[in-house]
Design a binder for this molecule. Structure first.
Ligand SMILES: [Zn+2]
Length: 423
């Protein structure tokens, strides 16, 4: 068919001779002009296939969601598939996919042709699916729909909270969590003020044109108490991370707060406070976080456990030596996490124990202490030194990326603030 079309297009003129084969008969044709791209438009399109590789014109498709208490057996039986066929499908699927993992709400498609239902697509997630066919032979294949990303931007002014400022623009709360992670070491999110501003350039992820959530934040800016802090994502080929304009890591070597969430401070660091139980003035070289008994306590940095025992008024205490400069202590624990004992290496963010009120304590809380060169320091106000920055070998590439992202950030207007010209 294709060859005939080309032949038809170039028949009328004579310069060169070529022979092409069409079926089993040879056709002698002459040529003057080259075949132009226009001729190719006459080539019939391939039959349309859908995302799952099924030839559309062969089938009628029913798309539905799995209901409560529905199984493959129930769904296929309803479409007239025999018990025997379903049995063979289940055999063929074994080792490839667990068909009994079907959950209410998951999407599926039944493909129906002249023989009745003959194929089934089960969406295990937005991206992952399994195609089952049984028209002539039974096949079970898993597939993945590629994720498409689009760059999106958001900016705004904080009135009550960052979460409100972002959700008022219809953007996923996931972005709030991700921003909080990027700035965890540099911005006190509990100290944000009305009027603080933010901007972000990030990815939206789509599967089959369906939004499945945000992807990487490429760049962000916080204007916090007059300071502008920009962060840029950079992947050096081995790992990705966030850096400031100069290529310093946005991460700090230590977590400011040894919890997943920031609990209320019931008593701050002080050189002279009234002790609630001893009722006398003495320094409080730690920060007390009020949290329910059993709340997980995290190691605020990588290090080695140097103590895990019950020690008088401190109750159950864990100490960690992080390096030659820093060590931390965690007091009044209800219990230690399993495996936490002297000599054990722990990682930043690892659970080392649980909040309690052992020792001298009026209620469940963690007394968290940070020492720098054996001097107690205030972990809440201390300016932690940054983690390792980008190596010199990446700086040219990084600066080019920063320039590109800066242009995007600079171009962002505060979308929650009316334009002056509109008044
Ligand atoms: Zn304390």
């Amino acid at each position: 068919m294709l060859k005939k079309l080309i032949a038809f297009a170039i028949l009328p003129t004579v310069i060169a001779v070529l022979i092409i084969t069409s079926g089993n008969q040879q056709v002698k044709i002459s040529e003057t002009n080259l075949v132009t791209i226009d001729e190719f438009y006459e080539i019939p399109a391939l039959p349309a296939v859908d995302t799952y590789g099924m030839v559309m014109e062969d089938y009628r498709v029913v798309e539905e969601r799995i209901q409560r208490n529905e199984s493959l057996y129930i769904i296929l039986s309803r479409h007239g598939v025999t018990r025997e066929t379903i049995h063979y499908i289940q055999q063929e699927a074994s080792g490839k996919v667990s068909l009994n993992r079907m959950r209410p709400g998951q999407k599926y498609r039944v493909y129906i042709n002249k023989n009745g239902a003959s194929a089934f697509v089960w969406h295990r997630s937005a991206q992952e699916y399994t195609t089952i066919t049984w028209d002539d032979e039974i096949t079970v294949e898993n597939g993945t729909i590629p994720v498409e990303t689009q760059i999106a931007t958001v900016s705004g002014t904080i009135r009550s909270s960052l979460a409100n400022a972002i959700s008022s623009q219809g953007v996923s709360q996931r972005l709030v969590v991700e921003l909080a992670n990027i700035y965890a070491w540099t911005v006190d999110f509990y100290g944000l003020r009305s009027g603080d501003q933010f901007r972000a350039v990030y990815e939206n992820r789509y599967v089959n044109d369906e939004y499945i959530g945000i992807g990487q934040i490429k760049a962000a800016e916080f204007e916090h108490r007059g300071n502008v802090l920009r962060a840029y994502f950079f992947h050096n080929g081995e790992q990705g991370g966030y850096y400031d304009e100069e290529g310093n890591s946005m991460r700090r070597a230590m977590m400011r707060v040894p919890f997943e969430y920031n609990p209320r401070i019931s008593s701050g660091f002080s050189h002279n406070r009234m002790h609630p139980i001893l009722n006398q003035r003495r320094p409080h070289y730690g920060t007390d976080y009020a949290a329910p008994t059993g709340t997980p306590i995290l190691a605020s940095g990588d290090g080695v456990v140097t103590e895990a025992q019950h020690r008088g008024g401190n109750g159950n205490i864990v100490q960690i030596r992080h390096n030659s400069v820093y060590r931390t202590a965690y007091l009044h624990m209800s219990r230690f996490a399993s495996g936490i004992r002297p000599g054990v290496r722990v990682q930043q963010g690892q659970v080392i124990g649980y909040v309690g009120q052992t020792g001298l304590a009026t209620g469940p809380h963690l007394c968290y202490r940070l020492y720098k060169n054996n001097t107690p320091i205030n972990s809440v106000t201390y300016d932690f030194p940054p983690d390792e920055g980008l190596g010199d070998e990446f700086m040219d590439e990084y600066r080019a990326e920063v320039k590109r992202l800066d242009e995007m950030l600079d171009g962002l207007l505060d979308s929650s603030r009316p334009l002056a010209g509109l008044y």
